[in-house]
Design a protein around this ligand. Structure first.
Ligand code: NAD
Length: 419
């Protein structure tokens, strides 16, 4: 583990405290009472989100379309709580009282009694709009209507309601009962009281809130998509995927992108037709390489989940690169590190320029608490200040990558993100 950069620890604490403050909301803004929460969808996220409130003593009504999915979701929550007891994190009595606050239901109308409703249904705008229109029709006056969307536009969801002030994003991270970050997405019409209420609610359920404006992927996933794009591009240009993962591990991340894909499951969202192969991922799925769950994905796994890079996978990748006509070359770890990390800093600069984040420290708080960015660095923007913005700009130029005018101007003036 690397030594913390000078001032990193202090920065992390200060940034985290500052992130909870929304600059243009008057202190003392009256908060809305949250006595019962509704969660729509009992899948991966809905269940985890629900547990946060139950553990904090706040009653939850969880609604699914069908009894079977509901039962499955509730059973998963029970299992997660049982694990918490096994690990000594909770007592049986605490779990009983948490589960006692849960009302599972298949009746959408039961959400009418809730002060805050969080939808966690599939990531599909038409479905989300339909849900928001239906929520608008039944939710009690004053209720807050939130979406857990990862990328979609909150303003479009608000537009189908007659109460845009009630609508905002509450973007939890997986596993939602564990991960600390909560991105609170402020729509164009989100009310001050509603935003202030959710910011105050976050610490009650053990979360660290950070406000984001409306843009695809918000702060975290927007920056992540730049890193993913570079990882994929380098894969096609001849970089070894284990080198790409190792660069991030050496930097201090708990996992690299390909390890992460294997853990999550390569088959998620796969069309399930082994004859239709248009991406490396589809080729891996067709070969039964679904990730850790099938013992092989990008890597082969032994019984202790130790990974070994696979010759079969390297051949699949080389085949794709040949079909694309992408020239192959050796890509060193310095280039890999710069191409993975510098574009994220550039995107962070754009996010600041567009005022999608209130301050650079908010971006650091997002990455430290939602994506495993290593604490020794103080977060991406603090780290970039340490590396030097001139070096980030020349690194991006060296690799032929986009440099935002905001970053260029800051570098030229000798400024830092955190000044
Ligand atoms: P999931 O497929 O595990 O769960 C979705 C659930 O919604 C399913 O149980 C489904 O039966 C239910 N559902 C669908 N339509 C419904 C309806 N009309 N009424 C009631 N229930 C309905 O999906 P997930 O991974 O939990 O993702 C849910 C949302 O959370 C998506 O918007 C996703 O982008 C977002 N999200 C996911 C992650 C993640 O890592 N999985 C992280 C952050 C945000």
């Amino acid at each position: 583990m690397s030594q913390p950069l000078p001032g990193a620890k202090e920065h992390i604490e200060a940034a985290r405290a500052a992130a909870g403050v929304v600059d243009d909301i008057a202190p003392g803004t009256a908060l809305l009472p949250i006595e019962r929460v509704g969660v729509l969808g009992a899948g991966t996220m809905g269940g985890g989100i629900t547990m946060n409130f139950l553990t904090a003593g706040i009653p939850v009504t969880i609604v699914e379309r069908e009894q079977e999915a509901l039962d499955k979701g509730v059973a998963t929550m029970r299992r997660n709580y049982a694990n918490a007891v096994k690990r000594g994190r909770m007592s049986e009595a605490e779990v009983d009282s948490a589960m006692g606050l849960l009302t599972p239901s298949v009746a959408f109308g039961d959400l009418a009694a809730c002060d805050l409703v969080i939808e966690a249904v599939y990531e599909n705008m038409d479905l989300k709009k339909d849900i928001f229109a239906r929520l608008d029709a039944i939710a009690k006056p004053g209720a807050i209507l939130a979406s857990n969307t990862s990328y979609l536009n909150i303003d479009e969801m608000a537009a189908v309601t007659a109460r845009p002030e009630a609508v905002l994003g509450m973007h939890f991270f997986s596993p939602a009962n564990i991960m600390k970050l909560l991105e609170v997405v402020r729509g164009a019409g989100t009310g001050q009281a509603q935003l202030a209420t959710v910011m105050a609610l976050a610490p009650r359920i053990g979360k660290i809130p950070v406000v984001s404006g409306v843009c695809p992927g918000f702060i975290g996933n927007r920056m992540l998509s730049l890193r993913q794009a570079q990882a994929q591009a380098m894969l096609m240009e001849g970089a070894a995927y284990d080198d790409i993962d190792d660069v991030l591990l050496d930097f201090g991340f708990p996992m690299g992108p390909f390890q992460m894909s294997d853990l999550a499951g390569l088959d998620i969202g796969w069309h399930r037709d082994p004859a239709r192969i248009e991406t490396v991922r589809e080729a891996l799925c067709a070969a039964g390489r679904w990730g850790q769950k099938t013992g092989k994905g990008y890597y082969d796994y032994d019984e202790n989940r130790n990974r070994t890079p696979s010759a079969e996978v390297k051949a699949i990748i080389a085949d794709f690169a040949a079909k694309q006509g992408t020239a192959q070359r050796t890509i060193g770890k310095d280039e890999i590190r710069e191409r993975l990390l510098y574009p994220m800093i550039n995107e962070g600069a754009k996010i600041l320029d567009e005022k999608m984040a209130q301050r650079a420290g908010d971006i650091d708080t997002v990455w430290l608490n939602g994506y495993g960015w290593p604490a020794w660095t103080g977060g991406p923007m603090f780290w970039a200040d340490h590396v030097g913005l001139n070096e980030i700009v020349s690194g991006l130029e060296r690799r032929g990558l986009d440099v935002s005018p905001y970053l260029r101007a800051k570098a030229r003036s000798g400024g830092t993100f955190n000044d």
